[in-house]
Design a protein around this ligand. Structure first.
Ligand code: ATP
Length: 353
C-alpha cells in the first residue's frame, strides 16, 4: 500500500511541555488507524500536526513524497480534514453547515445538493436539512460535523474522539459511518480514541502513545492477541494474571494465579509468567460442559455491564475473570448478578504477555 503521510522524528514543544517526542509514523492509503493513549499523551497534537494545523518543533512531515514546509502547508490542509472533539457547528441550517466547504470550493449547486444528501444519509441525518444546527443535541451536532468533513471527501480524515460522550446508538451510527467511509469511499482514517472496544471493532491498526512517544504499534490483531505490558496496563485489559507456571509434562503448564486458582496454558514455561485470557475466548455455561477445553472454572456472576450487542460479565471463580456473551445469549440463558456459571476456555486461549 502507498504511503500517504510520514512523520519523521516529529517533536512538538509547547514552552517547556513536550507534547510529542520523536514520533515516527507512516499512514498508508486505506489505513484505519487508531491513536490510543491516556489524557495528555499527545493524541490531539499528533492529529493537528497531521492536519497542518500545528507545525512540528523538530522533525519533518512528508505528504505523498513531498516534504511539508510552511510554504506548502496547504497541501495537507486541503487533503487532511480534522474533526475536533468539541464540535462547533455554524449558526445556520444543517444543510448549510454541510454544504459550506463545497460552496467555498466552488462546486455547482446541483452537485452540492446530492453530495450533502449522501453525507447526511451516511450519518443518518436525512430529513434534518432545514433544522438549525445549533438547536440539535450534542450527538446530532457531532454527526453534522462528521458529515461536514465527509462531504469534502478528504484523502485523510482525522477524527479526535468522535464518540466521546455519545450514547451507544449514536456511537454505532458514527462507527458505521467511519467504517463505510474507509471501506466504500476509500478514505484513509486516523482516529484518536479512548474506547478500546471501538479500537477492536473498527480499526485495522493502532498506535499506543504514552508521554508523547509511541509505546507500541501494530495491527489491532497483533496488539490485542499479544499485548505488551504497556498495553495491558493502559487499556486496563481484563484477565491479566501473574502466576507461577509448572510444566505438566504434556506440552502444557499449570499456572497458579493465586487464591487457590490454577489454570492450564498451552505453554512450556517454568516460573513466573504474565498471562492474558481474552473475554471473548471464554465460554459461559450454566452446566460444566464436556469439551476438549482444559479449563472449566465454577463461579458466580458479580457484575454485569451492558455494551449493546455484547454483555460483559465479571465472574468470581476465586479470582475475578471477565467474560462476554452476546445480549441474545445473556437473555436466553437468564443470566444475572448472582447466577452460578462455569467459565470454559482452552489451554491455547491462555496467552503469555
Ligand atoms: P486528551 O486525551 O486529554 O485529549 P491528548 O492525548 O489529546 O489528551 P494533547 O491534547 O495532545 O493530549 O496534549 C499533550 C500535552 O501537550 C499535554 O500535556 C497538554 O497539556 C499539552 N498541550 C497541548 N496543547 C497545548 C497548547 N496549545 N499549549 C500548551 N500546552 C499544550
Amino acid at each position: 500500500m502507498k504511503t500517504l503521510l510520514s512523520l519523521r522524528e516529529v517533536t512538538k514543544l509547547y514552552g517547556d511541555i513536550t507534547a510529542l517526542n520523536g514520533i515516527n509514523l507512516e499512514v498508508l492509503k486505506g489505513d484505519l488507524l487508531a491513536i490510543i493513549g491516556p489524557n495528555g499523551a499527545g493524541k490531539t497534537t499528533l492529529l493537528k500536526i497531521m492536519a497542518g494545523i500545528e507545525t512540528p518543533t523538530k522533525g519533518e512531515i512528508v505528504y505523498k513524497g513531498k516534504k511539508i514546509t510552511i510554504d506548502n502547508l496547504h497541501a495537507i490542509r486541503q487533503n487532511c480534514t480534522m474533526v475536533f472533539q468539541k464540535t462547533v457547528v455554524f449558526n445556520t441550517t444543517v444543510f448549510n453547515n454541510v454544504a459550506y466547504g463545497l460552496k467555498i470550493r466552488g462546486f455547482p449547486e446541483n452537485e452540492i445538493k446530492s453530495m450533502v444528501n449522501e453525507a447526511l444519509e451516511l450519518v443518518k441525518l436525512k430529513g434534518y436539512e432545514k433544522r438549525q444546527a445549533r438547536k440539535l443535541s450534542g450527538g446530532e451536532q457531532q454527526r453534522v460535523a462528521l458529515a461536514r468533513a465527509l462531504v469534502l471527501r478528504p484523502e485523510i480524515l482525522l477524527l479526535d474522539e468522535p464518540t466521546a460522550n455519545l450514547d451507544p446508538k449514536t456511537t454505532s451510527i458514527v462507527e458505521e459511518a467511519i467504517n463505510y467511509a474507509n471501506r466504500e469511499m476509500g478514505t484513509t482514517i486516523v482516529v484518536a480514541t479512548h474506547n478500546m472496544f471501538q479500537v477492536r471493532k473498527i480499526a485495522k491498526k493502532a498506535v499506543l502513545l504514552l508521554n508523547g512517544q509511541i509505546a507500541e504499534t501494530g495491527t489491532v490483531e497483533e496488539i490485542f492477541l499479544k499485548p505488551s505490558l504497556a498495553m495491558t496496563d493502559f487499556a486496563g485489559l481484563e484477565n491479566v494474571f501473574v502466576g507461577n507456571a509448572k510444566p505438566s509434562g504434556k506440552g502444557t503448564a499449570i499456572i497458579d494465579i493465586g487464591d487457590g486458582l490454577k489454570i492450564e496454558a498451552a505453554i512450556e514455561k517454568n516460573g513466573k509468567v504474565t498471562v492474558y485470557i481474552r473475554p471473548e475466548d471464554i465460554i459461559v455455561s450454566k452446566i460444566p460442559l464436556k469439551s476438549s477445553a482444559r479449563n472449566v472454572l465454577k463461579g458466580r456472576i458479580i457484575e454485569v455491564s451492558d455494551y449493546g450487542q455484547v454483555v460483559k460479565l465479571k465472574v468470581d471463580v476465586g479470582r475475578v475473570i471477565t467474560s462476554q456473551v452476546t445480549r441474545l445469549s445473556f437473555e436466553k440463558m437468564g443470566l444475572n448478578v448472582g447466577t452460578e456459571v462455569f467459565l470454559i476456555f482452552k489451554a491455547s486461549s491462555v496467552r503469555v504477555v
